[in-house]
Design a protein around this ligand. Sequence first.
Ligand code: AMP
Length: 388
Amino acid sequence: MSLENTLEETALTFADLGLNPDVLQAVQDAGYVHPTPIQAQAIPLALEGRDLIGLAQTGTGKTAAFALPILNQLTGGPHRARALILTPTRELCVQVEENFRKYAERSGLKTLAVYGGVALEPQTKALRKGIDIVIATPGRLLDHIERQNVVFDDLEILVLDEADRMLDMGFAPQINRVVAEIPKYRQTMLFSATMPPEVEALSRKYLRKPHVIQVGRRSMAATGVTHAVYPVPRIRKTQLLTELLKNKEMDSVLIFTRTKHGADRVVRDLRQAGIQATAMHGDKTQKERTRALDDFKDGTMRVLVATDVAQRGLDVTGITHVINFDVPQEPEDYVHRIGRTGRAESSGDAYTLMSPDEIAMVRTIERVIGQEIPRISVPGYDFGTTAA
Ligand code: AMP
């Protein structure tokens, strides 16, 4: 099921979901015509004040699924922190805040992204002035809570976004400490691409009789994406990558490696081959990451090399190709990575370079996504089609 298809399938309008005129206007300004399935299901329940679990990955329109009902509920009132969205990464934090800001333009509500790796002071000032909706990574938010820069006594709605990834990244203790600071009587929404036991335990702890919504199960995240696997010996991956990048139709290419070190090495090798590229991963400073992303977004840099953690929450429209330099270790990561291309209503190609030791992992991914990925044999590179 692709987002494009599901958008076509959803005959509803946003007005059918019970949103107020200001929010409907914001949706119209954003150019959305029909709600996506996660929006169609989540918005009416969220407006009723229900707790909910949304099993949906990035690319399904999940951000608006919680942002719109929150804005609907918070119109008017004092600028006290009344909604909190916790996100795993700085990039997702910034992206979610951008979404809120876009939809909140007419509402007078104030939003702020709170994340680490940058100076505390500007965030402190903004928080002390009064913010309605705080979007934060857990660690930095705790710094502000400890300094009493923000108080959550008036909090009405809590969202745990990409809960599986937050737990993967070891944020459970920080989440617990944050939740201890906010009122028990609140609405809580949890969004997650997957539902491992840890996420289930988290939802049992913090949600009341949640309604579970699931979209796009066992299906690809994105629209119109053409998948292909290139069998190639590990030591020849860079050469094949260089060959593939000669294709001028590859306007904007996001390459994934398993490790930070691997990302740096790919950038170095590509530069040696005369291809400009930049890396984005957790060892880079916030300034470097923002710069890399900006250059990639405005087209100055055609090739961005990233690790999985760094790519979560990237909202870069117009990515024409995703290349998995390494086969992802988790099938969910494959879906997330591919979700970078072909986001809402565009299309793209997703290539995976597969060395012999990665054949089993590709097969697992195929089982999970419920489709076979075609193999493309490049003469001189393929290690033998029969092996794949
Ligand atoms: P998300 O899954 O929240 O990251 O959203 C994926 C992309 O879809 C974002 O670029 C949104 O701006 C876009 N989007 C969200 N809802 C809709 C909609 N109802 N119609 C068209 N595009 C949408």
